[in-house]
Design a protein around this ligand. Structure first.
Ligand SMILES: NC(=O)c1ccc[n+]([C@@H]2O[C@H](COP(=O)([O-])OP(=O)(O)OC[C@H]3O[C@@H](n4cnc5c(N)ncnc54)[C@H](OP(=O)(O)O)[C@@H]3O)[C@@H](O)[C@H]2O)c1
Length: 347
């Protein structure tokens, strides 16, 4: 199949391209950075490279800024558009940009898909369009809810834009939970969530090595030890997205989630053991943080809401999709979870 992908040079997009190439598809990635796509092309075979046709584009522009001649050439030639591009900032100062890239960018991607007569639009959203709720079905969420941040709200608005098109062409929405590295290799090209925590621990390790924190000084991490962070390895996300080529159903929402994730307490125990930073203690009450704790907790402060509650995402549509593709649902074993942490501290 001929597949167009926005966000192709991102954390998920790169792995998705690799997987789709393995399945024999021909790709039309929309890219901003020649350097990034060249890096990707340098790491695949010549035969695979011959099936990658990069197109310069920007989702903040009307029809992604594609020239008329390119549009004419591609009309009726693309089977699926995966829209994965987004701006992943939880910083309130980025509010305007977050809405512009994530909402207007989706509007532009939809209008390009229509212009090129692409029959299927696969939208990569986030499971956290549910806002502050703790249980979610694979259905569209209302926009008049409380969100943790602008990113969640923008992604929810974008889902509505996509859903409104369900009578125009085949749309499917994929909602990953929090994406971590590859559970086979440990590799993770992201600074999100778990990696914010690992970065904080790395900082403690450095301070301890320089003697600026003594070995018997307890460092408090702000979190809820009993809660679980709903993390999914990037290879699982990509497996679902790849299975979608042949098996996604129109007007359907898919949660890509891990409702069996270990508790934060367990994860911190592993981090202590693996990093050698033994002086960590989880606290729920921010008034227990010292000035030093506050500095150390800073890298993960934007993820705080995700570290204090357990959220269950119903995922029967995804399980059905995987079953049809002959693939297994998620099974992130403790051994593999630990390996993700080990990879971070040995890289
Ligand atoms: N990471 C997670 O934990 C997570 C969880 C749930 C859902 N998601 C969703 O998964 C998708 C992929 O996320 P990710 O983790 O792969 O993020 P990422 O690594 O930050 O990649 C984002 C991609 O979007 C592209 N992009 C951003 N602004 C653009 C613009 N104006 N025009 C064209 N492309 C633009 C970036 O292009 P450049 O490569 O040129 O920078 C990059 O390729 C997003 O839709 C995100 O909301 C992610």
């Amino acid at each position: 199949m001929n597949i167009m992908i926005t966000g192709a040079t991102g954390f998920v997009g790169t792995k998705l391209m690799k997987s789709l190439l393995n399945e024999g598809h021909t790709l039309y990635p929309i890219i901003r950075s020649e350097k990034k796509i060249n890096q990707f092309l340098a790491n695949i075979s010549e035969e695979e490279s011959s099936r990658v046709h990069p197109i310069a584009g920007d989702i903040t522009q009307h029809e992604l800024g594609l020239a008329t001649a390119t549009q004419i050439e591609l009309t009726n030639r693309i089977d699926i558009l995966y829209h994965t591009a987004a701006f992943l900032s939880f910083n309130p100062a980025d509010r305007d940009k977050t809405f512009f890239v994530n909402v207007e960018g989706t509007r532009h991607a939809i209008s390009l898909a229509k212009k090129l007569s692409i029959p299927s639009f696969y939208h990569v959203s986030t499971a956290y369009t549910l806002g502050m709720d703790t249980y979610s079905e694979e259905t569209l969420h209302s926009t008049d809810r409380e969100f943790v941040n602008d990113y969640e709200e923008s992604k929810c608005l974008a889902e509505h834009l996509v859903w409104e098109q369900r009578h125009e062409f085949n749309i499917s929405i994929f909602r990953p939970a929090i994406i971590v590295g590859d559970s086979n290799t440990g590799e993770a090209d992201t600074t999100f969530a778990l990696y914010g925590l690992l970065k904080a621990v790395g900082l403690i390790k450095k301070l301890a090595d320089r003697g600026r924190i003594s070995a018997d000084e307890t460092i408090h991490l702000l979190s809820n030890g009993e809660a679980s962070n709903n993390v999914v390895p990037v290879n699982y996300v990509v497996d679902v997205l790849t299975a979608a080529v042949a098996h996604a159903e129109a007007s359907t929402i898919y949660h890509i989630a891990n409702n069996e994730a270990p508790s934060n307490k367990k994860v911190v125990e592993w981090i202590k053991e693996i990093s050698g930073v033994d002086q960590l203690e989880i606290v729920e009450d921010s008034s227990r943080l010292t000035k030093k704790d506050e500095v150390i907790n800073e890298p993960m402060s934007v993820f705080h809401s995700y570290l204090t509650r357990t959220v269950i995402f119903e995922d029967s549509n995804t399980k059905k999709l995987l079953f049809k593709a002959g693939k297994q649902p998620i099974n992130l074993t403790h051994v593999r979870y630990r390996m993700l942490i080990e990879t971070y501290f040995t890289k």
